[in-house]
Design a protein around this ligand. Structure first.
Ligand code: SF4
Length: 142
């Protein structure tokens, strides 16, 4: 089966979808244009993992353990969403990802440190890590 190819995969919140934990979007014109031109596939891996919107903020509290601010463990949902979104990227021959900065799922280069303190640390979100393993180039968009 031939899947349509997309040059890019993008964080849906950058494409204007109100899919963030706080039900807001972070629209970026470059990303919206790529989606409208049919060059970019827009995904929200947290929603794909079955998490609702709005939802509590999540951080990676230990390596590969993701928890909400209220202590609920959402690692299973994170793994499901990141895996499904990565498989979509692979099956559509994506070359480049434009991902929302600082997110525990999409962040690249720096993410929140797991203490819900607002402090950042070096690291990548779960989806970014999976895309990197597939050899997809990642650009962080703030
Ligand atoms: Fe945006 Fe990614 Fe968070 Fe979804 S998971 S709201 S696409 S940063």
């Amino acid at each position: 089966m031939n899947e349509k190819s997309f040059e890019y995969i993008v964080s849906a919140c950058l494409a204007g979808e109100e899919c963030r934990y706080d039900c807001k979007a972070k629209p970026q014109k470059r990303v919206i244009d790529l989606v409208n031109e049919g060059k970019a596939l827009s995904v929200c891996p947290e929603q794909m993992g079955g998490l609702p919107t709005p939802r509590p903020a999540t951080e990676e509290v230990q390596t590969l353990v993701f928890k909400n601010e209220d202590g609920t463990d959402v690692t299973k949902e994170f793994l499901k969403g990141a895996t499904e979104a990565s498989l979509l990227a692979k099956s559509h021959n994506v070359q480049t990802a434009l991902l929302k900065s600082k997110s525990p799922m999409c962040g690249y280069g720096k993410v929140y440190d797991g203490n819900f303190s607002g402090n950042l640390t070096e690291g990548n979100g779960l989806f970014s890590r999976m895309l990197e393993q597939l050899g997809i180039k990642i650009e962080e968009v703030d």
